[in-house]
Design a protein around this ligand. Structure first.
Ligand code: SAH
Length: 352
């Protein structure tokens, strides 16, 4: 039975499901889930990410984390990544920080990853570093924590609420004429939506309870023991709107068309993330291109370019542009830093 048939059967039995339930089934179903059954990254896959585009991304993130660690007294610490994909970002962080005295010895490498296929891939990439895998951020140790997440939060499930006649109605996935279709639930009174109660009819708000839950695990550890979080993703500072999307073979497809075989995501609400970490100091939300330029990506690109020629040089130039140019990833992707109270902000970001 296909996942689509399973979901249609489920709706027939128990009624329409939330968009969040639909996302979780499509992404993480044990037998049919998008992440559970494949490695979706790379040119031949469905989408590619900054660490897969160029080693410079992870190198600069490694250096900013190392500086923050030095600024906080170089403690023994957990170096964690949420949703590490192929392990490329962590490998680049570790290569770039090899020369930072004591950093590797002080770090316990910890990966929070739901996909068995990607865990295997990470084990290959990071074989020299003996990482530990966790199912959930809740299992992180109580210790200083430096954590990075690139394109992780966008994959966590969202619920969608439409302002309608002075009330809220939740967008649902049901069945119409034998096929999955969007619909709306009855009026609902969500306390978390109170701040938006004077928004006009037709406004759609996305809530991501799973992101708040992850932050509720990370923030108290950083608050109590020290550390920092660096979150990179596409999104905004709390702008409303429908951002639910599906991508397959580097093309946008309809989110209900191919359950389990397209990547489902929605933009990250960075304001909500920062609000879920009330004890920590938040950076200004910074475009990825600005962040990487402040950390010296152009100098690094030139140093690498001096050793390249022909096709590899042309690819390197394209990669630099993709990461930084406002018309490519430079503006769409944003960086949020969160640090222990009183600690200096991560280099490349400014304190608000
Ligand atoms: N950070 C990587 C991969 C991004 S894709 C990169 O930049 O290349 C999203 C990653 O998050 C994948 O590794 C996916 O398996 C993981 N993931 C998605 N939902 C998750 C969840 N609920 N818990 C843990 N990992 C999850």
């Amino acid at each position: 039975m296909s996942l689509e048939d399973l979901l249609i059967a489920r709706v027939s039995e128990t009624g329409p499901m939330t968009v969040a339930d639909y996302m979780v089934e499509c992404l993480l179903h044990p037998r049919h889930g998008y992440y559970t059954t494949r490695d979706p990254l790379g040119i031949a896959g469905d989408f590619t990410t900054a660490p897969e585009i160029s080693q410079m991304f992870g190198e600069l993130i490694g250096l900013t984390l190392a500086q923050a660690w030095i600024d906080q007294g170089a403690p023994r610490f957990t170096l964690a990544e949420l949703g590490p994909g192929r392990g490329t970002l962590m490998a680049d962080i570790l290569r770039a920080t090899r020369a930072v005295p004591g950093f590797h010895d002080a770090a316990t490498i910890t990966l929070v990853e739901a996909s068995p296929v990607l865990r295997d891939r990470q084990a290959e990439t990071l074989a020299d570093f003996a990482p530990t895998w966790l199912d959930s951020a809740a299992d992180l140790p109580d210790a200083p924590l430096f954590v990075v997440a690139n394109e992780f939060f966008d994959a966590l499930p969202i619920r969608q609420f439409l302002r309608d006649g002075g009330t809220w109605r939740e967008r649902q996935v049901g069945v119409t004429d034998g096929a999955l279709a969007f619909g709306l639930g009855g009026p609902t009174d969500q306390p978390t939506l109170a701040p938006w109660s004077d928004t006009p009819d037709g406004t759609l708000i996305e809530l991501r309870p799973a992101a708040a839950a992850v932050m509720a695990e990370i923030a108290p550890r950083i608050d109590t023991h020290g550390g920092a979080a660096l979150v990179v993703d596409y999104g905004t500072w709390g702008e409303p709107g429908d951002t639910f999307q599906a991508v397959r073979g580097h093309e946008k497809v309809a989110p209900l068309d191919t359950p389990g075989s397209a990547d489902l995501t929605a933009h990250v609400d960075f304001r909500a993330l920062a609000q879920s970490a009330p004890g920590l100091a938040a950076s200004a939300l910074t475009p990825q291109g600005v962040f990487l330029e402040r950390l010296g990506i152009t100098a690094r690109a030139q140093a690498l370019a001096s050793k390249l020629s022909g096709d590899p040089l042309a690819q390197h130039i394209v990669a630099h542009r993709r990461l930084t140019h406002p018309e490519e990833m430079g503006d769409l992707f944003k960086v949020l830093g969160l640090t222990a109270p009183g600690a200096p902000m991560l280099p490349g970001l400014s304190q608000t």
